[in-house]
Design a protein around this ligand. Structure first.
Ligand SMILES: C[S@@+](CC[C@H](N)C(=O)[O-])C[C@H]1O[C@@H](n2cnc3c(N)ncnc32)[C@H](O)[C@@H]1O
Length: 322
């Protein structure tokens, strides 16, 4: 039996902005690039390999929390909910939640990486026949509209795993939490969110500097993408991956560091690099639960429950907005 095609709710993120944002980032001082552009089809595929690395503790730790406390979490979320996932990727953690939930009515994964999103949505639809699956291709930090929800939906649950919220600096983080609260409106809803906790620097830096160089490939793929999609003249081998923890900012920073003085060409612009000059490509903030709860409160969320692992490396928080 063939599965009916799943309708894509396409909000057409990025392509028009890609050149403009890359140029603005590379012409700024210090140079930066938005981390959302990591995720083309190849970037999403490399990220899945990162999740399987021994060094990358966040995925297996969050999966462990969802496996251990799934029933308790599902009890709190209640029956007949619509699960709206921000940055759904391969929807692997979602399967655990859908298995635990009582009669989930709809699943709306939101992701910027279109092909990966569709393939994950098709897998979910096959695995959970009867579940209404409505993928949304969008930049979740931009304007969001949701497709119509089935009448059977009794509540909205936003699922935001993977500590993707940690890619946002405090101000845009607050704006994103407010956006999530708006998605829960008008009746209010729940936010189930995974956050990576502060811990020793060695564990943190190891997670972003794996021995097999998968995270290096993920980082360099951003330059490959710029080269391919924007027709830029860049020698990718003239850059190297660097990831380090900033205790002052409480975040891991990923950089692409120029091995030599060089000039790259992008559209009509020439961009010069000094030897050793870096482009910051990602920040991954590490949290303390009270600080995160305070920020979420400013977006209208009240912290209800916290689940974490034995080492307190990662936490899954349930927040409500009324
Ligand atoms: C760190 S991965 C997490 C994936 C998955 N949720 C997990 O927990 O393993 C971030 C995901 O969010 C998506 N993403 C990143 N920035 C985005 C944005 N601004 N809008 C929509 N999706 C985004 C990426 O494509 C990727 O699938």
């Amino acid at each position: 039996m063939t599965t009916p095609a799943i309708p894509l709710h396409d909000l057409h993120p990025a392509p028009d902005d890609f050149l403009g944002e890359v140029l603005a980032g590379l012409q700024a001082q210090p140079k930066t690039l938005p981390c959302k552009y990591f995720y083309d089809a190849r970037g999403s595929e490399i990220f899945d390999r990162i999740c399987e690395l021994e060094e990358y503790y966040p995925t297996r730790t969050e999966v462990g929390i969802l496996e251990r406390y799934g029933d308790e979490i599902a009890d709190r979320l209640g029956a007949d909910c619509a699960l709206i996932e921000f940055g759904s990727g391969s929807s692997l953690k979602t399967r655990l939640l859908l298995l635990a939930l009582e009669r989930p009515a709809a699943y709306l994964p939101i992701d910027i990486s279109r092909d990966h999103l569709m393939s994950a949505a098709e897998h979910i639809a096959k695995r959970f026949p009867g579940l209404v699956v409505r993928p949304i291709c969008a930049d979740f930090a931009g304007t969001l509209s949701l497709p119509e929800l089935p009448d059977t939906v009794r509540s909205k649950v936003v699922f935001f795993p993977g500590s993707t919220i940690g890619n946002f600096a405090p101000e845009p983080r607050l704006a994103l939490l407010r956006r999530i609260a708006a998605v829960c409106a008008p009746k209010g809803g729940s936010l189930l969110i995974g956050i990576d906790l502060q811990k020793d620097v060695a564990t943190l830096e190891r997670a972003y500097n794996d021995a097999r160089g998968v995270t290096r490939d993920f980082n360099l793929n951003l330059l490959e993408r710029i080269k391919r999609e924007l027709n830029a003249d860049i020698d990718v081998s003239a850059f190297e991956h660097r990831a380090l923890y900033s205790a002052r900012e409480e975040r891991i920073e990923m950089h692409l560091v120029s091995r030599l003085a060089q000039r790259i060409q992008l559209a009509d612009a020439s961009i010069d690099f000094r030897a050793g000059e870096s482009v910051r490509t990602e920040c991954s903030y590490k949290f303390a639960i009270p600080g995160f709860a305070d920020l979420a409160a400013r977006a209208g969320f009240e912290l209800e429950s916290v689940w974490s692992d034995e080492l307190d490396h990662f936490a899954v928080l349930l927040l409500r907005t009324g």
